[in-house]
Design a protein around this ligand. Structure first.
Ligand code: GLP
Length: 243
């Protein structure tokens, strides 16, 4: 795993955007795996500006989002669908028929998840997967557990994640209890992965990721199995690690 320590969050955002831009420059019809959460917001801002100035062209790009709450309406202000259009898709020249976001409403989630995996395969697989991480080490919504699922699946959110994510909702009771998420194999099958981690509360996740050990109790540690992963963090977060 390559470690890049940026000066601050702004620099993480620029660096992450330049990785995405480089993937698109190398392969204009590349397939991106995209995250939500507060961490990638700066990266998306940079990509929107770079698209406006003509530095990045999304016209042939295909995207697959990592996860979505379940159940949730597409147009709910807290859906990841809304997040992605607000932060990226409404502001760039992407062909929205190439945008894929897990459904938070499908009645047959098993069928939906199977078809999501099929669609990723048919698109040729993910060239660059961008990730954030939860304070409990989750990636996507693959929560710490004794065993993890390989492929896209419906999962229950942990109490910790519901509490952490309740900051975006009027009330903790409004946080969906479940989600649909890519699985660990879906993520590890990407040709390249970048993971953005910023914030003191996530320093233990970095320690676990650099420990040389893997555990399903901290799903981000499984990224150590991949041959092309870049962990992008900042000085303040690194200062709180044990490294
Ligand atoms: C959510 C998403 C994750 C994301 C995490 C961290 O729970 N499912 O994919 O990485 O939040 O979010 P933040 O960047 O806001 O800390």
């Amino acid at each position: 795993m390559q470690l890049i320590i940026c000066k601050d969050y702004e620099e993480i955002s620029k660096r992450a955007a330049s990785e995405v831009a480089a993937a698109i420059a190398a392969k204009p019809d590349c397939v991106l795996g995209l995250p939500t959460g507060s961490t990638p917001v700066g990266m998306y801002k940079n990509l929107v500006s770079m698209n406006k100035t003509g530095e990045v062209d999304f016209s042939s790009v295909t995207t697959f989002n990592l996860d979505e709450y379940y159940p949730i309406e597409k147009d709910d202000s807290q859906s990841y669908y809304t997040f992605m259009y607000d932060n990226l898709f409404s502001h760039i020249n992407i062909n929205t028929s190439n945008v894929h976001i897990p459904s938070g409403q499908s009645e047959d989630t098993e069928k939906f998840c199977f078809e999501y995996e099929e669609a990723i395969r048919e698109a040729g697989g993910i060239d660059l997967q961008v990730l954030g991480a939860g304070v409990n080490g989750h990636i996507g919504f693959n929560e710490p557990d004794d065993a993890l699922s390989l492929c896209t699946h419906k999962t229950a959110l942990t109490k910790n994640t519901i509490e952490v994510n309740s900051r975006f909702f009027d009330d903790i009771s409004k946080v969906p209890t479940h989600a649909v998420t890519m699985g660990i194999k879906t993520i590890l099958d990407a040709r390249k992965i970048i993971i953005l981690i910023s914030g003191e509360s996530k320093a233990p996740v970095i320690d676990a990721m650099l420990s040389g050990k893997i555990t399903t109790r901290c799903p981000a540690t499984l990224l150590q199995l991949h041959k092309d992963v870049i962990l992008i963090t900042d000085v303040a977060t690194m200062a709180k690690t044990e490294k």
